[in-house]
Design a protein around this ligand. Sequence first.
Ligand code: URA
Length: 210
Amino acid sequence: MGKVHVLDHPLLQHKLSILRDKNTGVKEFREAVGEIAALMCYEATRDLPTHEVEIETPITTAKFKVLAGKKLAIVPILRAGLGMVDSMIALMPSAKIGHIGMFRDPETHKAVKYYCKMPPDISERQVFVVDPMLATGGTVIAAIDVLKNEYGCKNITLMNIIAAPEGLKAVTEAHPDIDIYVTAVDDCLNENAYIVPGLGDCGDRIFGTK
Ligand code: URA
């Protein structure tokens, strides 16, 4: 059974407030997204397995922990998820990256996959799905459906900077097995499915497209 982890560390909350401020410019916004993703990654990888190896320090030889070499993958949901990738690769340099792009069909309102490229051995990897904003949950649910049903992924962790209660409920109901890491659960969605108070359109603010 998965768990929802709300990360209330002061460093994260401070950086999140920078993101929320409408006067924060593209450069500072991008940097803060990266820093938040790194701090979230630190928590989301807390349970990675380690094993002991013998290491010779300048003083003596003793056994110390190193990562057990579990295979990892980061899957950003296009486009805003890309903003979280670089700082996570810095912490997990051997992680492979898969990309998934979804759009909302204007007639059926269903999330439709328009791009998907995964590492060939993705089913054997611990997958970190990243998308800064969890709004209705439709896109994330569909992306995780693809990873599970088309690629056979079994170990999936979701990282969202801000979640709406509606989105969290929908994802936990659809995929009760996954762990979800967020830095805030906001109040609600507005009539345009933006998170309130939120931070606006995260993709536009990362890429400067508005
Ligand atoms: N996506 C965004 O970028 N912002 C929201 O508030 C909701 C979805």
